[in-house]
Write a protein that binds this ligand. Structure first.
Ligand SMILES: NC(=O)c1ccc[n+]([C@@H]2O[C@H](COP(=O)([O-])OP(=O)(O)OC[C@H]3O[C@@H](n4cnc5c(N)ncnc54)[C@H](O)[C@@H]3O)[C@@H](O)[C@H]2O)c1
Length: 270
């Protein structure tokens, strides 16, 4: 489903009809990390359908290239970049290559994450370091990349991925929750620091979307429990998240900055 805006037109049979249009992002050049699968892959497709030129980056070359091939088959414009986006040099090199396509980058979506839930007693250095590196460090590399390649006259956007775990004490999510707490803090700091440079920084906080990464950690029974307790009585869908991202990037959101947009059916506040 596309994010819709629209207009009302006269039709001789039905008198007035409302014509729905996808959000227009046709002037946007957007780099999204973790675009090989899950929420990032869906967002890459959606933003391309909205007219954006999409740079799809992922540590997995196969899924990343497949995403781009599918987008191009659908008539969209996309470029694949394989690399570990937690590494600053890699992030900067990929951003420079993508900026070379159209001369600038308008938006960075820091979506990539290593999703792991485990008890505190089991946390080991290697997984902890990887989660912090892609979840926290890469958000900073993303901001640095945008600063290097955006057009100060046009302004820019950063979208970070938060989570309702920030508001709740979910057992066994210590590192993941710490990462997402840091993402919320970074979103607010960046919004105040970069706002005067015409860069808006917002976060989307989706809930309970059964992506390839999430279904490894959340059982069918747990999804059923969540569907029964989330105020809107269902779990999340990939399009819920993509629609929210497209809205935040649109002109309609031009005065929204430093916001963490819950896209969770009310999970965070219930
Ligand atoms: N699925 C949910 O319910 C949910 C809820 C809240 C927040 N989120 C957030 O949404 C984002 C996407 O989650 P998802 O559920 O689609 O996860 P996913 O595991 O399905 O997809 C994550 C993608 O990131 C890529 N990736 C991981 N490490 C990388 C690295 N170092 N460099 C480049 N790419 C890397 C993976 O290869 C994968 O393609 C994450 O930030 C996650 O925390 C998801």
């Amino acid at each position: 489903m596309l994010t819709m805006s629209g207009f009302t037109a006269f039709n001789p049979t039905y008198k007035f009809i409302t014509v729905l249009m996808p959000t227009d992002l046709s002037n946007q050049i957007i780099l999204i990390t973790g675009a090989g699968r899950g929420l990032g892959q869906h967002a890459a497709h959606h933003l391309a359908k909205c007219g954006a030129i999409v740079g799809a980056a992922d540590i997995d070359p196969k899924t990343c290239q497949e995403t781009v091939a599918d987008i191009r088959r659908e008539g969209g414009k996309a470029y694949a970049y394989c690399g570990d986006m937690s590494d600053r040099d890699t992030y900067m090199e990929i951003a420079a290559r993508f900026a070379g396509v159209s001369g600038r980058i308008d938006c960075i979506i820091n979506n990539a994450m290593l999703l792991r839930y485990e008890p505190i007693a089991d946390i080991r250095t290697d997984v902890l370091d990887k989660m912090l590196a892609i979840g926290v460090n890469a958000v900073i590399w993303g901001a640095q990349a945008l600063l290097r390649h955006y057009d100060p006259e046009r302004g820019g956007n950063i979208i970070n991925m938060a989570s309702p775990v920030v508001h709740r004490g979910y057992p066994n999510t210590a590192v993941y929750s710490a990462v997402k707490g840091a993402v919320v803090a970074l979103t607010k700091v960046m919004a105040t620091e970069l706002g005067p440079r015409r860069i808006r920084v917002n976060a989307v906080s989706p809930a309970s979307v059964p992506t390839p990464g999430a279904i490894g950690m959340v059982s069918k029974e747990e999804y059923a429990r969540r569907a029964a307790t989330i105020p809107l009585r269902r779990i999340g869908r990939e399009e819920d998240n993509s629609n929210a991202i497209a809205f935040l990037l649109s002109d309609e959101a031009s005065f929204i900055n430093g916001e963490v947009l819950n896209v969770d059916g009310g999970a965070a506040i219930s």
